[in-house]
Design a protein around this ligand. Structure first.
Ligand code: GRG
Length: 288
């Protein structure tokens, strides 16, 4: 990671974590159990890349002020909700996430499902409170049956099946890239982006998001459990539809590199694109 990106992330993390704390219900509020579970999963760790993108897209377009933080938190709540549900026994059945026991291992399945549901509702409440219907629409569209849910459905369906590259691309573009895309779009929309800026950011996030999932799949094979916060080898165990399964590790790295190049090219003719370029490069080399 470049020192420019690191200093930007280091400056952002305490601010976003403070907002997340403020916007989540207190552990002392009734029903305490679900509030504890929500807070447990949100603060179990996490790189906060999606809210970082919301914030940076907002700033890039020229937005100013704190109004961007509740929607940025909303995206992190949706992301955390997707992780909680993804880890459930009915889905990937994972015991470890962000280096800690998964939500259902600590609170039980019922509370984990409900904590995810409550994070989902809280996210839409925060988006609605901005008064901007467009960002509510963007987010709903990104996470529904043609977005995250759709990608996850095909991901589950394809376990143990013979898949082709096109199907894996379908899964990755929905289960992972859709939320990255919504992140940059809602940040940009709230700052009053032009159509040209929106198209460029969308192309950036879509390609970067698919590359992000490919690196995730690669890390599941050659990563370090301590760094990624979950055991490696689970994709192979569940015979998941991944690029390494379909085209092998080396070719997967090449596809990810091409997608990152595409992502960077979409912002080539725009000024002040350094943060997005550095982030895209980091995603290719990331170890966690
Ligand atoms: C509608 C939100 C919603 C969910 C229902 C369960 C589900 C459908 C979708 C799961 C999608 C999923 C888990 C995709 C994987 C995306 C991914 C690579 C997650 C890891 O992201 P990081 O590395 O995680 O940014 P941290 O922990 O750093 O935040």
């Amino acid at each position: 990671m470049t020192s420019f990106l690191k200093s930007n992330i280091d400056a952002f993390l305490p601010v976003i974590n403070d907002w997340l704390h403020r916007l989540l219900p207190s552990e002392n509020d009734k029903p305490e159990l679900v509030h504890r579970a929500m807070r447990y999963s949100v603060f179990a760790g996490g790189k906060r890349l999606r809210p970082f993108l919301v914030y940076k897209a907002f700033k890039w377009v020229g937005g100013d002020g704190d109004i961007i933080f509740p929607p940025a938190c909303a995206i992190e709540f949706i992301h955390t909700y997707s992780l909680i549900h993804d880890d459930l026994p009915a889905m990937d059945n994972d015991n470890l996430r962000r280096g800690k026991p998964t939500c259902h291992r600590v609170f039980g399945e019922a509370i984990a499902i409900l904590a995810g549901d409550a994070l989902h509702a809280l996210a839409f409440k925060l988006l609605a409170e901005t008064g901007n219907a467009e960002i509510v629409y963007e987010t709903a569209n990104a996470i529904g049956s043609n977005g995250l849910v759709g990608g996850q459905v095909v991901d589950v369906e394809m376990e143990g099946q013979n898949v082709d590259e096109e199907t894996v691309y379908y899964i990755h573009s929905r289960k992972t890239a859709a939320l990255f895309t919504a992140s940059v779009r809602i940040g940009a929309i709230l700052a009053g982006a032009s159509e040209k800026q929106l198209i460029s950011l969308t192309n950036y996030a879509k390609n970067m998001g698919i590359a992000f999932q490919i690196t995730d799949d690669i890390l599941d094979i050659i990563g370090d459990t301590k760094k990624i916060g979950k055991p490696t080898g689970s994709d192979i165990e569940l015979d998941k539809a991944t690029y390494p399964k379909v085209i092998g590790l080396d070719k997967s790295k090449k596809v990810a590199t091409k997608l990152i190049d595409k992502a960077m090219n979409s912002l080539l003719n725009h000024r002040d694109n350094r943060i997005f370029v550095d982030l895209a490069n980091y995603i290719l080399k990331r170890t966690n």
